[in-house]
Design a protein around this ligand. Sequence first.
Ligand code: AMP
Length: 190
Amino acid sequence: MLNLVLFGPPGAGKGTQSHNLIEEYNLVHLSTGDILRNEITNGTKLGLEAKNLMDAGILVPDEVVIGMISNKLDSHKNAPGFIFDGFPRTVAQAEALNGLLKSKGSEISSMIALEVDNQELLNRLLLRGQKSGRPDDANLEIIARRIEEYNGKTAVVADYYKKQDKFCRIDGMGNIDEIFLSIKKVISDL
Ligand code: AMP
């Protein structure tokens, strides 16, 4: 199986590159942000509980997203592999993912980290907010909160994969096609 963690701060291009990867490698895309937004659209209990945290730019509890990922893994038993986008965002989530994959005789192949400078992240998120109307992209205060959550809780997840020699850094500043080529090179070297 090819199991990739696409990593990086909000606005790094994880969603965009996930879509390229799905087409090229036929992987199942698991974005916890998308799953949560879907729950909100469907008005589920989980969605209602997550909405306030998401709109404020705060991470939802680990057990909520771990449960969601566990269900998705179970419902795609024959998948050739997964792209984890926006997950894991804490070390506890990374450990849980490790256990879930292990119980299926599998593991993460690589963490691909997209690196983008702060000013570019802000520009991209504000632009996305204007286009998509996503409430958490709409104002600078919430964006700052999300970047704070990333720096405080998520950035350390890279160390978890570095220790396992699975961490790979990609320059996320260029154009979308060039970045995708760099990602494909990493995958072909795995
Ligand atoms: P995203 O679309 O990945 O930027 O996620 C949007 C929001 O959903 C985040 O700011 C969090 O509130 C929540 N969220 C998404 N994925 C996770 C996760 N793995 N752990 C905790 N919260 C998450």
